[in-house]
Design a protein around this ligand. Sequence first.
Ligand code: SKM
Length: 282
Amino acid sequence: MRTQDSYLIGLVGSGIGPSLSPPLHEHEADELGIRYLYRRWDLDVLGRPAEDIGELLAAARTAGYDGLNITHPCKQLVIEHLDELSPDAVALGAVNTVVFTEGRAIGHNTDWSGFARNFSRGLPDAPVDRVVLLGAGGAGSAVAHALLTLGTGVLRVLDADPGRAESLAASLRERFGADRAEAASLEVVAESLAWADGFVHATPTGMAAHPGSPVPAELLRPELWVADVVYRPLETELVVAARARGCRVLDGGGMAVFQAVDSFRLFTGVEPDADRMLNHFT
Ligand code: SKM
């Protein structure tokens, strides 16, 4: 239920100059007739280290902010400064949305729900018995939680850092059951993609600053569905190659939009028009 006529929201993180969150939120609010200001709090511009997140949170509260999106590198660091966490934020150990309400700061995670909703919408009948996830960082953890929540039978986690892959797989086994997640070495990527129904890529490879494809194109069989979480650009080398090979493909734009849809709802209590936000973004 909508309780206010105007909202003041911020995005805290590093290197957020190119973030599309401000226009995405503000355009949707305009369409809904809600006054809504979405401000960047860029750690690099402010000259503040990520460890100052507690002070920045307090400053935003004092300045009358209604909520914050939190991005790299503060999604874990912010947790100890919050009054309450949603069960999903507890499970994931990461927060990307903070709502200030009745004097309390409540942390949520809409990255996983954003991926889940976009996946169900974009690849509704995709088989998920066996899925390979490349990248066990923040985005990968959210994707993994979404895939197992959506019923993935076995998720195989690969990462350049084997310890990170194993620790994500172990945490998933605790949450979802002993036979639902395994870690494997990057050396078995070819066998893994031959085994899998689907492949999700969650490393920075393919972003403008990290060009390239995370896996050789010839490993992409037409029966494999492929999802990328990189959304700047939307047409990553992986997305282009997977389409050319005849795979069903989900680019990273949908996850970016649906996490914003879920955050917008948490901030305002108003259901935004997801299709309009998607059209505005893509
Ligand atoms: O989780 C999201 C965050 O809510 C917003 C964002 C952005 O605007 O760059 C990136 C992701 O970390």
